[in-house]
Design a protein around this ligand. Structure first.
Ligand SMILES: [Cu+2]
Length: 232
C-alpha cells in the first residue's frame, strides 16, 4: 500500500501538462515550436576557442519572397558570413501564420546529430538558439524543409571563412538548377490564334484610318450628345 501511495505521489511531480515545454538535452519543444541540436557551449574538435559571437535575426515569410520573381516563401536574407569557430546566436522570427523552419545542414555529426541544427515555428512567433561552427572553410545549406518551401524560395547559405562557393538555387545569389520554364506548345491552333491576333492588330487601325472622316463625325456627335443637358 505504501508503495502505491509513493508511486502516485511521485507521478504527480513527474507528469506535466501536455502543453508544457519539453527540454531534453538537445531538444526544446513547446506549443509554439521546437529547437533541435542547439549547441551553445561545446567546441568543435578543430576549435580551441570561440572566435566571435554573431547575433543573427532571420525572418521567414511570404512577404520576403515578393522581391523574387516566381517565388512564394523566403527568408529576409539569403547569406550570412562568419569567422571560423564562430558562435552563432539565431533569433528566428516567423512572419506567417503557417509553419516555417530553419535547418542548417552539413555540420559535424559528433556534435550535431544528422549534421544539422533545426529551429521550427508552427505559426507567427519567435525562437532563439545558438550553435558553434567548425573552423573549416565551408558553405552550409540553410533552408526550410517543409514540402515545396525550399523549392519556392526558402533557401539560403551560411559561409564560414568565406565559404567554398555558392550553393545552387539561392534566390538572388545563384542560378536555379531546374529553372521554371513556361514554353508554348506550338500546335496548329496556337499558330492560328497568333496569326488572327496579328491581323486584327493591323485591321483595326486601318479601318479607323480609312474611315477617318465618318469616325470623326460619330465622335463629335457623341461628344455633343454628352454635353447637351437632358430634358426632364
Ligand atoms: Cu517554410
Amino acid at each position: 500500500m505504501k508503495l502505491i501511495i509513493l508511486l502516485l505521489l511521485s507521478s504527480l511531480f513527474i507528469v506535466r501538462p501536455a502543453h508544457a515545454a519539453m527540454d531534453h538535452s538537445r531538444m526544446m519543444m513547446n506549443e509554439k515550436g521546437m529547437v533541435m541540436n542547439a549547441n551553445p557551449d561545446k567546441l568543435p574538435q578543430d576549435c580551441t576557442k570561440i572566435s566571435e559571437n554573431v547575433d543573427i535575426t532571420i525572418h521567414a515569410g511570404h512577404k520576403h519572397a515578393l522581391k523574387f520573381t516566381g517565388k512564394m516563401f523566403a527568408f529576409d536574407q539569403q547569406e550570412w558570413n562568419v569567422k571560423p569557430c564562430a558562435k552563432i546566436n539565431i533569433t528566428f522570427i516567423n512572419d506567417d501564420q503557417i509553419r516555417h523552419q530553419i535547418m542548417v545542414h552539413g555540420l559535424p555529426g559528433y556534435l550535431y546529430p544528422d549534421g544539422m541544427v533545426h529551429l521550427e515555428l508552427y505559426g507567427e512567433g519567435q525562437l532563439q538558439a545558438s550553435f558553434i561552427v567548425p573552423s573549416q572553410k565551408k558553405t552550409y545549406l540553410v533552408h526550410c524543409e517543409l514540402a515545396q518551401h525550399a523549392e519556392k524560395g526558402m533557401k539560403a547559405q551560411l559561409k564560414v571563412d568565406g565559404g567554398n562557393g555558392d550553393l545552387p538555387s539561392i534566390p538572388g545569389i545563384s542560378a536555379a538548377v531546374n529553372a521554371d520554364s513556361y514554353t508554348v506548345d506550338w500546335t496548329l491552333n496556337t499558330w492560328a490564334a497568333l496569326v488572327f491576333c496579328v491581323l486584327l492588330g493591323f485591321a483595326i487601325p486601318m479601318v479607323i484610318i480609312i474611315n477617318a472622316a465618318s469616325v470623326k463625325r460619330v465622335v463629335i456627335k457623341m461628344w455633343l450628345a454628352l454635353r447637351t443637358p437632358r430634358k426632364e
